[in-house]
Structures are given as C-alpha cells and as structure tokens.
Design a protein around this ligand. Structure first.
Ligand SMILES: [Zn+2]
Length: 505
C-alpha cells in the first residue's frame, strides 16, 4: 500500500507495517498473515517453522563473523481486534485487509479522528482499528531481521489469537518451532517509557449454591437496585478503589436481614467475568409493616458508603420499590436467605494482597463478577481470581472453598492461565534499563500489570526464559481511532537495536 503521505522513519519499519495493513488478520483468522510472514521469510532465505496451534517462528542468523551473542526471541502477536465504525463498506474493506491510514496530530476534542496533516506525529485508521497493536511490533521485527547488521541470532516468534483467548500461546510447541532462545523481548507494551516485567495469571471460579424454599405468607415484594457505579476492568483497574455493585447490595441486604424477616426471591448482578460489576438488583420479600425500618437500614448503608467511597466512586444510591402486582407462591426461606447473603458477603472482593517487592503491584485479587438465580432456590456465582503466582491464586481459591463450603455450596475452578512473576534481578532487565538510560537520559518505568499477558504462558512453555516487554506508544487500542506515534516507533526501534547490540558484545 502506498500511503498518501511520505513514509516516516525508520522507513523499513513503516514500509513493512503498511504492507501488513493489507493482510487481513482478525483474531482466530490469522492464516493469511502467517502465510504472508512465511513468504517474506522464504524470500529472504530464513528458515520458518509453524506449530499445530498456528504460530510461526522465523530463524534469523546473526551477521557478525565471531558471533558469541545469545539467541534472542523477539515476540509479537499477529492478530488484531477488528472494529469498524461506519457501515459495512469499511467493515468489508478492513476484513479484506484494506485499512486506510491517516497521518496527523491527535485532536482530543475529536477523539475518533485525527486532523489530516502530513507533519503530525500520529498515524491512525479513520474507520477501523489500525492494528498497530501488535502490527507495529511485527513490522519492527521484520525490519530488524532485514538489517545488514545483526549482532545476535534472532528467533522471531509470531503468535496468533492473543486478543481472543491466547490460544497461540496456550498451544505453543517450542520443539516444533525450534525455539531455543533463553531471552525473550515481547514488543506488545504500549508505552515507550515502560518496561513490563510481570503479569497476573487468572482462574475462573464457578460457585453453585442451593437453598430451601418456603411459602410466602402475607408479605410484600420489593425490588432493590443499585446501578451507576464506575465498574471497570477487573485486572488493571482493581487498584482504583471502586465499589463492587454485587458486594454493596449483598451487604445492604444482609444488614437488612438483621432488621426484618427477609426472604430473597432473586438477585442478579454483573455481566462479564473481567468487569467489576456496576449493577445489581434483587427482589426481596418482607412484611410491609417493616418497610420504614427497611428503608432506614438501606439509607444508613448508602450514607456510610458514600463517605467511604467519596472521590473514587459515583454517588451510591439504592432504590427500593414495592412491587404490588406480583406475589410469588414461594421463595428462599429466611434461614436460606441469611446463609446465602453470609456466603456472598464472605467472598473476597478486590485486592487480596500487594507484592512486597513492588509495593504498587497487586499480587492477587478476586472479582465477584456475576451472580444469577437459575431457579428460585439455586444460584450461580462467577468469580475471577488473579495472581502473579499460582500460589497466590491458590490461596484465594482455598478461601472461596472454605466460605462456600460453610454454606454447603460447591466450587469449580477452571485451569486458567499462569502469571508472570517479576524478576527484579533479571540480567536482561539490567541491560534494558542501562540502555534506556544511555539512549534517552532518563529512567524507564519498570512495572508489572495485574492482568494476563502472553509472556506468562511463554515462560511456562520455556521455563527459565528471561523476559521483558517493551513497545511504542499506542493509544485507543481495540477501538476505532486507534493510533500509533511515529516518533515513539523510532524511539522503540532504536531501543531494541541498542539492547540487541549490547547482548552481542
Ligand atoms: Zn497487543
């Protein structure tokens, strides 16, 4: 593809990126992109190997005669989140791998567009996601392989399906791919002054619970609802101190059960396992003579929480309304209602532990994500547990088993994916920090995230792998208007070159 503006520096990186934009590569349909990379490798005489999962490794020898440097694995995912804004025409174009590009400066007043302007520092796709996440990394790897000066042997690992299940990293077959490197640089970090050195593993927990029904006498139904909380990502935003709608409502109802004879008809909250729930509603039954007491109890809860969450959460309001027209025959007994609410309130919510070595990093967390009643007497609860190590996640799972066991419920734990424990003593990290300081005269931000990355799975497949993740500035990923910064691509490219150069010494 010939862009409508001059190709920026480094021209080889951008030329390969613009070629890649013509290749369709949505998650789970990366075949054309892997073929494209395989043909590119063949054309240069590099050995390319695939595994059954669909990943590709291109083996690129060093160019220096007395090469003693270690083999370095460079890694990116080839798939992109494909989102289209304006109608099927552009959607079809994007699916065919025809992503239009615009170069210009970011205009915050108009987040989705950039003003076309050849001197601008950002490139975006006006109608679709650009796919710079992770296409710009793929292009950087191609340019590094095509360089006439390669100080170390490179193994370019192109994984599939990072955005929609990480099945590439899960299914990675190091033997089939001939992966032997002991150092890995992942180019999927989206801030050029950061070095990522850790991530969290995750497990999905499904809790099943069954209670006892009893007949509803001369009582009244009320709906109780809490909505409008900020919600957010249950990994990277778990440290923001936001409220969990299920937790707040279950706590209000449990306190209410101290004040009145409360029976639960249903409770429903949350929508996705990786989102902090922002909505929860319940239908409860009690004697209407106690409605004033009930109202006061709930208002007292709200008052308390609005002080507790002041400044970090939206105003917390729980609305209780009488439902006059529906009178169920039976609902959970008073005792079962209490047991259920006690169990729900015992489930850990939010941060469980911080990492002692990196005080700002969450070590483990639990998101009480979804609760639903399938029948009046049986509920399902979904929790998402994250931990930098499997042990940290195991601890939370054990807590869940204990609490749910007391309420005679059952817990099922899915296998999940492994974490990536930060290694502050990593030799590769030491070189990366030194080179950053030398090149840019400032300190990089060394950090870990409390969410899943492919690196955790890759380390599990290649034990002992010394790993860092870096990459250029990308904003607005996974949405129309995704943009990548030209000067930052240049910076990141120089940075990778400098690290490889140092490793080759
Ligand atoms: Zn990515």
């Amino acid at each position: 593809m010939i862009p409508t503006f001059p190709v920026p520096e480094p021209t080889l990186v951008w030329s390969r990126f613009f070629e890649l934009l013509q290749v369709p590569r949505p998650s789970k349909a990366e075949g054309a992109a892997i073929d494209f990379l395989n043909r590119w490798a063949d054309g240069l005489g590099f050995e390319a190997r695939r595994d059954a999962a669909g990943n590709l490794v291109v083996h690129v020898p060093e160019t220096v005669a007395d090469g003693k440097g270690p083999t370095v694995i460079l890694q990116c995912h080839v798939d992109i989140v494909s989102v289209t804004a304006e109608g099927d025409a552009h959607g079809a174009d994007a699916a065919r791998g025809m992503i239009p590009t615009v170069r210009g400066d970011f205009n915050p007043a108009n987040e989705k567009r950039l003003d076309p302007n050849a001197s601008g520092d950002w490139i975006n796709a006006p109608f679709t996601t650009l796919g710079a996440d992770n296409g710009i990394g793929v292009a950087m790897m191609m340019a590094l392989a095509e360089s006439n000066h390669r100080p170390v042997p490179l193994q370019l690992l192109f994984t599939i399906d990072e955005e929609a299940g990480m099945t590439g990293a899960f299914g990675l077959d190091p033997q089939a791919l001939g992966l032997t490197g002991k150092l890995l640089i992942n180019i999927d970090t989206e801030d050029d002054d950061e070095i990522t050195i850790g991530a969290a593993g995750g497990r999905d927990i499904e809790i099943s619970w069954e209670g006892t029904l009893e007949r509803v006498g001369n009582q009244t139904c009320y709906s109780v609802g809490l909505k409008g909380l900020k919600g957010g990502h249950s990994g990277v935003e778990i440290n923001q101190g936001r409220a969990n709608a299920i937790r707040l409502l279950s706590r209000a109802l449990r306190r209410l059960s101290d004040a009145v004879d409360l029976r639960l008809l249903k409770l429903s909250g949350g929508s996705r396992r990786n989102a902090i729930p922002d909505v929860c509603t319940a239908v409860i039954v009690f004697d209407s003579a106690e409605s004033a007491v009930a109202q006061l109890t709930i208002e007292a809860c709200c008052d308390q929480w609005n002080q507790l969450y002041a400044g970090r959460e939206n105003p917390i309001i729980i609305e209780m309304t009488r439902i006059s027209d529906s009178q169920p025959e039976s609902c959970l007994s008073v005792a079962s209602t209490q047991t259920f609410l006690q169990m729900l309130n015992g489930i850990p919510v939010g941060i469980c532990e911080m990492t002692p070595e990196i005080p700002t990093l969450v070590e483990s967390s639990c998101n009480l994500a979804i609760v639903e009643f399938a029948t009046p007497e049986s509920a399902k609860i979904i929790c998402s547990v994250r931990g930098t190590t499997g042990f940290a996640a195991d601890d939370i799972c054990d807590t869940l088993r204990s609490i749910v066991g007391l309420a005679h419920g059952t817990v099922e734990i899915a296998d999940g994916y492994p974490g990536w424990k930060p290694r502050l003593e990593s030799p590769l990290l030491k070189i990366a920090i030194e080179q950053y300081e030398l090149l840019f005269d400032s300190n990089p931000k060394v950090h870990a995230i409390h969410a899943g990355l492919e690196c955790g799975l890759l380390i599990e497949k290649l034990p002992g792998l010394d790993t860092i993740s870096i990459g250029p500035n990308i904003k607005g990923n996974h949405a129309v208007g995704e943009r990548v910064q030209i000067s930052s691509v240049q910076k990141s490219f120089l940075y990778v070159v400098a690290i490889l150069e140092q490793l080759g010494r």
